[in-house]
Design a protein around this ligand. Sequence first.
Ligand code: PEP
Ligand code: MG
Length: 909
Amino acid sequence: MELLENVKTRVYKFGNKKADGNRDMKNLLGGKGANLAEMSSIGVPVPPGFTITTEVCAEYNELGRDAVVELIKNEVEASIANIEKLMGTEYGNKENPLLVSVRSGARVSMPGMMDTVLNLGMNDEVVLGLVKKTNNEQFAWDSYRRFIQMYGGVVLGMKPESKEDIDPFEEIIESLKDKRGIKLDTEFSVQDLQDLVYDFKDLVRKRTGLLFPTDPWEQLWGAIMAVFNSWNGDRAIYYRTMNGYPADWGTAVNVQAMVYGNMGDNSGTGVCFTRDAGTGENVFNGEYLINAQGEDVVAGVRTPQQITKLGSQRWAELAQIEEEERKELYPSLEELMPSIFEELNGYQDILEKHYRDMQDMEFTMQDGKLWILQTRNGKRTGAAMVKIAMDLLKEGMIDEKEALLMLEPNKLDELLHPIFDPAALKRSNVIAQGLPASPGAATGKIVFFADEAAKYKSSILVRIETSPEDLEGMNIAKGILTARGGMTSHAAVVARGMGKCCVSGAGALKINYKKRTLTVGEYEYHEGDWISLNGSTGNIIEGKVATMEPELSGEFAQIMELADKYGVIKVRTNADSPKDAKIARGFGARGIGLTRTEHMFFEVDRIKAMREMILADTVKVRKQALEELLPMQRVDFEGIFEAMEGEAVTIRLLDPPLHEFVPHQLATQKELAEDLHVPLQAVKNKVAELEEFNPMLGHRGCRLGNTYPEITEMQTRAIIEAALNLKERGVICKPEIMVPLVGTVKEYEAQEEIIRNTASLIFEERKDSVEYLVGTMIEIPRATLMADLIAEKADFFSFGTNDLTQMTFGYSRDDVSKFLPIYIEKGILKEDPFEVLDQEGVGQLVKIGTQRGRSSKPNLKVGICGEHGGEPSSIEFCYNTGLDYVSCSPYRVPIARLVSAQAAIKTTL
Ligand code: PEP
Ligand code: MG
């Protein structure tokens, strides 16, 4: 074993049309390393180099620096020798020096999250050799000062001392610029650059107490280890956590011969895309700078120029620059260096065809020679993603299955909700981070109370947490922000249903209702202050950020049609109102998997009757109150059935604990007492009586219907009468009545009996009937184990994975945000199990429940209606487990349709 460990390859070489690795080795070589190898083998000019594998990163974390140097020393030395041979130079040689770059590269691209060092191998003697060799003093000294600056920051850890300070090296640069009265780095004289080198080294000595390392090999090892370290840097950890990338992936390290874009006016560097990453339009585009190194393009000190003439003209129009001035000051690469442009244009074509996807490339021109430094599948907006996939399909570059598989389902969301104007977003200030509970972009004035949401034209409801009482205010507000609550908190579930932007569980927020202030660190915001929320990233942004309405493209419809061609598992929606049902149908939902009837009770005119019902001391009074609710429920159900004409509609009986419906504030309690002509104390007593230690495990679900059968009777009547009314109007509806929170067979049987008896009674009264099903939620672990017995009675099962997760883990849905972020940070949990179905644990129960259910009723209809029904990996699991449908909030329907297709396609590959 030991021996085998030592013979495995840890370093992969590439260069001169050859490579040890290839594009399929992303896990081992990282995305950048795998693509450099691939490009090298297909003849694209990449500077020669080598990749140290991601496995070595893991070894480094385990064994430390010395052991890792020992493990890879021979391979690294041999690989440097290979570069030397190909470049005809020598690492550390004073006359003919080779300089190298060291870059990170994880299996997925993590832009800007890890570290890079350029120009390694430089010292006081090598710089003189470089001057002689290139006959370019300016360039050689500029490279040297850049090297010390980067190495100092990345390897020696010389960062700004506090957040108010700027980079210590930049401080020296800025003061020299001031002294010399110049603006740009390119204006430095050779003497200036030499002074900078001197001052930088002095700074290193003062700050670290060490002399700047002059030995090229010491520099190289320092940089390699720094890149490994950067995998565990704050930025990288944050990015990994946000995207759910596991800590054990590690990063590869790419070492390459340096090529220079800063060797004068015949050199330059740039970034380009084979298609437009914003819109998906099939136009080659990008930016470059003459006489510059890579970081200059990104840093934004100089204005980058456009690659193509067309792009340059479009840019000038936006910047309001006259054509003459544009040509003179900002010429495109196409105009300035036509032959290099042609070559680059050729490679972009080759690479896009080779990878059969839009490419994001980096290139450098060194003294008239073009080098490609990197290619990768380009990041893109949701709109661009859809257009590019459809265009590649139409161009015959990919087939239908490939087009569907290349789409990232969650990105479809961007197409459905208002979006921030990207330019405005760039200038914005993110003040805190919460959970991206419901996507979209919202901007508005802060209000702290739901009943004040209408105070401003655009408001953001900021709450410690929301309760169902806030529903109306949530509906009015443009977005919802809560300090507590996870992805299945009330705020999150309701917001997703409404398609409303919501950021939840932002622990850094301190909300003071009395003072009406929101404090984040040292910032304090007041009611009426502007704030913006990005529900897709969880960012909380200061001030007003401009938003735009999305437009659904023709390509979107085509992609969805294609998805339905391949999708097997059906997609229903969770909808509580006719409006939601219509929206979901517009997005292609094939039926409703869950109508939560309780949401209807919170509307102003209904909550009173509902409270009257709850406060009733006798069955008679309770029945009277239910009589009042009956017509209201019936009308709602008619609306929902109509919106879903021809498709199945599952309506769930009352589920939440009753204390959620009674007023908790004194003023509202008084109002209610007056309305009902009862003493205030009676209201107070009832509220106190309904208090529970664990409401989620308390008097809720079918326990309500079994203790107050008249509630079940009333709801059944509303459903069946609505269906009969529609039948009279010629509208086909397929009601499915669902019993919540069943744990024992008897609990189900007792409810079923009431439902069936009530329905029969109505059929007799009306001399007419409709077909309907009675089934149950499976959301208590015990129910999954008893599924064979329950299925003997029930027509269908619907997995309520919110409660099933809560009860399987024993985590309260409402309190999870207190420890979940820490669990995820520490790696105790990989992800939020309320968001992504825990296939290992909870998933077993879903499998057992399905298998046992179908063992006694083979054609048992089985679906899922927990929040996981809209989450891609969970949908795939449901398909593989043999469920008939998933049900998700309206705005997630297109995502679920796409995943349904992807899951089915994957099993055929
Ligand atoms: C569930 O528990 O998964 C479910 C859909 O019901 P609710 O979220 O309303 O408890
Ligand atoms: Mg539930």
